[in-house]
Design a protein around this ligand. Structure first.
Ligand SMILES: [Zn+2]
Length: 295
């Protein structure tokens, strides 16, 4: 569950990216190909991106996407060699259910992290091994992935850095053209912002998101996302009453007045995530019938 289309949606490709082509593999570099699943929609933007990453005769898939026969066939056809690993960024239903059938078809090792949460999760996900922050995987000679744990959108979210090309596969931590829903309790706004900040320490050339095209200038893109979330947080703070509590339905109209009303139920989830962060910062107070500013 990624998309909270509260920001302008730009579906134009980045330099070096021909744009989303559903059903066909797009070559992004000698080590990276993208196949976009046929699941476009309000929650998935142009569809979920599956990436083939590798070199020579050894390839891996990052995020096999939904368990869609046509998509998995397209992935198998686009793979220049046998698939050795299947990696997932997180286990939302648009990212990992294709893992089990792809594993059955290829015998590849399935790696990622499980989650104790149930909402919008893929219950079939069963990795051979739980990946840890800073794990390194040699996908092929000359294709090395480093695992970066990035909780926030989901507690089990991982990004993968292709060290030879400094491309970061960002799943739903960062997507192109929109922002992601932070849906408590699995979604955690404080962790999300910390995970964004941690990526500023990395030397990155491009972001390869779970939805949309390549994002150039990673540092500027990550800084803009942090600013966007902190601006929204400031708007939440200024909308909080000092006496009579306001409920989520009232607050969402004040805080997300730039978002179409039909998206307010989704926006309420991210609003709640902001409020929980502010509560833990002792800046908001939760009462039985709503929220106030902490005095
Ligand atoms: Zn997601």
């Amino acid at each position: 569950m990624p998309v909270m289309p509260e920001t302008r949606d730009e579906r134009i490709g980045a330099p070096g990216d021909p744009g989303i082509q559903r059903g066909a593999a797009v070559t992004l570099s000698s080590r990276v190909r993208r196949v976009t699943a046929p699941n476009p929609g309000a929650m998935t933007g142009p569809g979920t991106n599956s990436y083939l990453v590798g070199a020579g005769g050894q390839w891996s898939v990052i995020d096999p996407g939904p368990a869609d026969g046509g998509h998995l066939k397209a992935l198998l056809e686009a793979a220049p060699g046998p698939i050795r690993y299947i990696l997932v960024t997180h286990t939302h239903q648009d990212h990992s259910p294709g893992a089990a059938p792809l594993k059955a078809a290829t015998g590849a090792l399935l790696l990622g992290r499980t989650t104790p949460h149930r909402h919008w999760q893929d219950p079939t996900f069963a990795p051979e091994r739980e990946l840890q922050d800073n794990d390194r995987l040699t996908l092929a000679p000359g294709a090395t992935l480093r695992v970066i744990h990035t909780p926030g959108h989901a507690g089990n979210h991982l990004c993968y850095l292709l060290e030879e090309e400094r491309i970061l596969f960002t799943g739903d931590h960062i997507i192109q053209g929109s922002t992601v829903v932070i849906d408590p309790p699995d979604g955690d706004m404080a962790a999300y912002i910390r995970s964004l900040e941690s990526l500023l320490r990395e030397d990155l050339d491009a972001l390869a998101p779970g939805h949309g095209t390549l994002i150039p200038n990673p540092r500027a893109a990550i800084q803009a996302l942090i600013r966007h979330r902190l601006r929204r947080e400031a708007k939440v703070l200024s909308a909080l009453p000092t006496s009579q509590p306001a409920d989520l339905a009232t607050l969402v109209r004040r805080v997300y007045d730039d978002v179409a009303p039909q998206l307010h139920p989704l926006a309420e989830r991210s609003l709640l995530a902001h409020l929980i962060k502010l509560e833990s910062d002792s800046r908001a107070r939760r009462l039985a019938d709503g929220w106030t500013a902490a005095s």
